[in-house]
Design a protein around this ligand. Structure first.
Ligand SMILES: *[C@@H]1O[C@H](CO)[C@@H](O)[C@H](O)[C@H]1NC(C)=O
Ligand SMILES: *[C@@H]1O[C@H](CO)[C@@H](O)[C@H](O)[C@H]1NC(C)=O
Ligand SMILES: *[C@@H]1O[C@H](CO)[C@@H](O)[C@H](O)[C@H]1NC(C)=O
Length: 280
C-alpha cells in the first residue's frame, strides 16, 4: 500500500479514537500529512497531533451539557477553562523571496509553487472567508523572526472580509501603546494609514503609519515594503534584506522608519508574517 495512504488512514483512525464521540463522530483529519522529518520522528508526531487538534475546532467548546452525559473522550482530554481562540493558520508570507506578500494575500487563486519558499495559504478557508461563508471572530496577525513571535495584533473579525479586518477600529490589541488612540484618519496626504492596501503607489502594504516627514521623519508601526519605489532610502532593499521586507516598531510606540538604516534596534525586521483566524 502507498505510504501516504496508510498514514492518512492511520491518522483518520487516530482522529476518531481521540475525538470521536458516539453521537457526533467526526473525522477531523483529511488530506496529506505533514512531511515527516527522518531525523526527528518525535517532532513529526507532535506536528501531526497539532494538525489533528487544529482541524477539530469544536473540541474546546464543549456542547452545552444538561442533556448529554460526559463522554470518556471529554474526560480524557480536559478542556482548558475559558474561551481561548482556536487559531488556524490561514496565511504565511516569508520575507526576501521576491514575491509580494500583498499579491499572495489578495490573489484569488493560490499558486502552490510559492510553498517551496515557505509561503502558505489555506485556500479553502481563504475562499470561504472571501465568499462570505465563514464567520471570522478574530484575526491574529503575527510577525516572526528566528527567535520567535516578535509582535502580534488581534482584530475583531466579525463581518469582515479578507481586507477590511485590518483597521484601527477593529484592533483589539497590539504591542504598541499609542496605536489604538492615534489619530489616523487624516488621510494619505498626511501619511496616515491603517490598511492592507496601504500606500499602493509606493507598494508599502499592511501599512500602519502615523505621518510623512520627508522620508527621514516618516513614523509608523508596521510596513511591508514589497518592491522598489525609489522613494526613500529606508525602503531600499539590501543584499541581506531583499524585497519584500517587513519592518515594525520594536519599541512600545511608533518608530521613525529611517532608523532602520542606523540599525539601533528600534526598527525590527521580521522574517515572516502570519495570519491566523478564529472562525466558526
Ligand atoms: C483561478 O481559479 C478559477 C476557478 O477555480 C479558474 O477558473 C481560473 O482559471 C483560475 N485563474 C488562474 C489565473 O489560475
Ligand atoms: C497569535 O498567534 C501567535 C502565533 O503566530 C501565537 O503565538 C499567539 O499566542 C497568538 N495570540 C493570541 C493573543 O492568542
Ligand atoms: C466585534 O464587532 C462586532 C460588530 O461590530 C461587535 O458587535 C462585537 O461586539 C465586537 N466584539 C468585540 C470582542 O469587540
Amino acid at each position: 500500500m502507498d505510504g501516504a495512504v496508510a498514514v492518512v488512514l492511520m491518522l483518520s483512525a487516530m482522529a476518531v479514537l481521540l475525538f470521536g464521540v458516539e453521537s457526533q463522530q467526526r473525522v477531523c483529519y483529511s488530506g496529506p500529512p505533514p512531511e515527516p522529518d527522518p531525523d526527528n520522528p518525535d517532532d513529526w508526531m507532535k506536528q501531526v497531533m497539532q494538525e489533528i487538534r487544529k482541524r477539530c475546532p469544536g473540541r474546546r467548546q464543549p456542547t452545552p451539557v444538561a442533556t448529554e452525559k460526559p463522554t470518556p473522550a471529554a474526560t480524557e482530554t480536559p478542556t482548558p477553562a475559558g474561551t481561548d481562540p482556536e487559531w488556524r493558520l490561514l496565511f504565511k508570507g516569508v520575507a526576501g523571496t521576491g514575491v509580494s506578500l500583498y499579491d499572495m494575500w489578495t490573489a484569488m487563486n493560490w499558486t502552490s509553487s510559492y510553498e517551496a519558499s515557505g509561503h502558505r495559504r489555506d485556500n479553502s478557508l481563504y475562499q470561504a472567508w472571501r465568499n462570505g461563508q465563514l464567520h471570522v471572530r478574530q484575526v491574529n496577525l503575527s510577525l516572526h523572526d528566528s527567535s520567535g513571535v516578535r509582535a502580534e495584533l488581534i482584530f475583531n473579525g466579525t463581518g469582515s472580509d479578507i481586507k477590511s479586518w485590518f483597521t484601527q477600529t477593529r484592533l483589539i490589541s497590539s504591542p504598541w501603546d499609542d496605536l489604538k488612540s492615534a489619530q489616523l484618519t487624516g488621510g494619505h496626504a498626511l501619511g496616515q494609514f491603517f490598511s492592507i492596501d496601504g500606500n499602493y503607489e509606493r507598494d508599502w502594504r499592511f501599512y500602519i503609519n502615523n505621518n510623512f516627514g520627508g522620508c527621514k521623519g516618516d513614523e509608523g508601526w508596521l510596513v511591508v515594503i514589497e518592491s522598489n519605489s525609489l522613494f526613500c532610502h529606508w525602503d531600499r532593499q539590501t543584499a541581506a534584506y531583499p524585497y519584500p521586507f517587513i519592518l515594525y516598531s520594536a519599541t512600545n510606540s511608533k518608530v521613525t522608519w529611517d532608523r532602520v538604516r542606523s540599525n539601533d534596534g528600534t526598527v525590527g525586521r521580521a522574517d515572516s508574517l502570519t495570519i491566523h483566524i478564529d472562525a466558526e
